[in-house]
Design a protein around this ligand. Structure first.
Ligand code: G3H
Length: 478
């Protein structure tokens, strides 16, 4: 109806019987930009019924045909990159260029997933019994991977398209059905992306997208008895979901406080450019953003000067103008960031830039001489503010990194590869990058966090495997 975006179920775009809608605010204007349907629990039930029915047939659809359908969806998604990027710009304030990149990356991810699925799902195992004590060679075991059933995918606002397809692709190639709960901000981008799957001609009911209020359908979705797997990326809601979920595989990625350790022998220009890219891209709203710099005292002044010179060049403004720093996603997020910054200021941190905020737009700041008693030393701002802690020893850096609740990624800058590997081993995080900022991609690399950063491992191959289970058939010879 032009104004309110419909939800997607049974291969059709529908209005909710609730008559209710959810407003999506534009982070830049702070005014309503889009509206989506407020789906009911009954509608969610129907979605699961059709998902299950569609899945049974889909699992029997030859793997090569499933792959072909995914390739079609990937191509259609890329063809529609401009329209989808526009929604990303309007509802999550992603800089225009990055928004287009997100869509293209998503198309590539889907195609790669189709290829990878073809290879890994073609393989099974064949075992004979007489290797285990007491057995003759009379049992032959054939194992292969079968789908789990219905996968529930909940992506976050910061990559509503990419982190949706990183769940949808593996689920579908493996023969599962998929129910998508888009984030409120990012919902319209998600719905556009789902339309590409619709155009690609997947069976009715196999994919659906339900929008609505968390209070009405949040727990209802995650605790639904027909959910066979949850793949979630987002904040600490994930911890609550994990507590309430049933006995099903979970894949969760819940944020990070990625540390960047800079040693005395580091290439400081390389470190500085990675700190700026890692810390301030998409205004710091990435789970893999550099969120604390742990710099050796002897080089800290020089490093900070180099970082400051680059921060000064960052453009600040609307996403439509492709500014480097754009408004953060919501007023509450901006307030939270401001709270962390004020706490650091009150406790005596040194600011290299003037604190400036206009609505949700926050000018980038580097906060130096941060100490462990400041909240920003530990908490995840999800904004363009980056603390620097000066360290005297490697152990001090490793200790700070490991004492955090999060354990997503980390990075270390040094020219000494032996030291780098030693530090990488000692950092208790899912990934450590040597001489580069943390990043999830390339998207086929394993991606995982420990402690409060999540459970399970993502990346294309791991996600396909995670969304299957092993089925064995044993031939018993006389
Ligand atoms: O926000 C969390 C994302 O998984 C980070 O992805 O490293 O590609 O920005 P990225």
């Amino acid at each position: 109806d032009g104004e309110v975006y419909k939800y997607y179920a049974d291969g059709e775009w529908k209005r909710s019987s609730s008559g209710g809608t959810v407003n999506i605010l534009n982070p830049s204007t702070r005014k309503p930009q889009y509206k989506v349907q407020a789906c009911t629990q009954e509608e969610v039930n129907k979605v699961f019924d059709s998902a299950k029915a569609a899945q049974k047939l889909w699992a029997k659809t030859p793997l090569w045909k499933r792959a072909e359908a995914l390739h079609r969806a990937a191509a259609i998604l890329k063809e529609n990159k401009v329209a989808i990027a526009e929604a990303l710009v309007k509802e999550v304030a992603k800089p225009q260029k990055d928004a287009v990149t997100e869509v293209v990356r998503s198309g590539d991810l889907i195609s790669y997933t189709a290829e990878e699925g073809i290879r890994i799902l073609a393989e099974g195992k064949f075992l004979v019994s007489d290797s285990f004590p007491g057995n003759d060679r009379n049992k032959l075991c054939m194992s292969s991977k079968i789908p789990l059933g219905v996968v529930l995918a909940i992506p976050p606002f910061n990559y509503p398209v990419n982190l949706a397809v990183s769940k949808i692709g593996p689920a579908l190639i493996a023969g599962n059905a998929l129910v998508l709960k888009p984030p409120t901000q990012g919902a319209v981008s998600c719905l556009h992306m789902v339309h590409c799957f619709h155009l690609a001609g997947f069976p009715k009911g196999l994919i659906s997208a339900v929008t609505g209020k968390g209070s009405e359908i949040g727990d209802f979705l995650t605790m639904h008895p027909m959910v066979n797997c949850i793949s979630f990326t987002g904040g600490d809601t994930g911890i609550a979901i994990a507590r309430k979920a049933g006995m099903i595989p979970l894949q969760m990625e819940l944020g990070g406080k990625d540390a960047c350790i800079v040693l005395e022998d580091a290439d400081l220009d390389l470190a500085a450019s990675n700190i700026v890219k890692g810390g301030y891209s998409y205004s710091g709203q990435r789970c893999t953003a550099v969120k604390v710099v742990l710099a050796f005292e002897s080089i800290a002044d020089m490093l900070v000067a180099k970082v400051n010179a680059k921060v000064a060049k960052l453009t600040v403004g609307p996403p439509e103008e492709d500014s480097d720093i754009t408004p953060v996603v919501s007023e509450s997020s901006a307030n939270f960031i401001e709270g962390l910054v004020k706490d650091a200021k009150e406790k005596g941190a040194k600011f290299h830039q003037e604190w400036k905020r206009d609505g949700n737009l926050i000018w980038p700041v580097l906060i130096d001489h941060v100490r462990p008693d400041m909240r920003i030393a530990w908490e995840e701002p999800f904004g363009p503010v980056l603390p620097v802690i000066r360290i005297k020893t490697v152990e001090e850096g490793i200790h700070h990194c490991n004492a955090n609740n999060f354990g997503l990624q980390g990075c270390v800058f040094t020219k000494d590869i032996n030291k780098a590997i030693m530090i990488a081993d000692a950092m208790e995080t899912g990934t450590v990058q040597i001489n580069s900022a943390p990043a999830r991609g390339p998207d086929h690399f394993p991606f995982q966090g420990i402690r409060d950063s999540g459970v399970g491992s993502q990346g294309i191959t791991n996600s396909i495997n995670m969304m299957t289970k092993t089925k064995s058939t044993v031939i018993n010879l006389p």
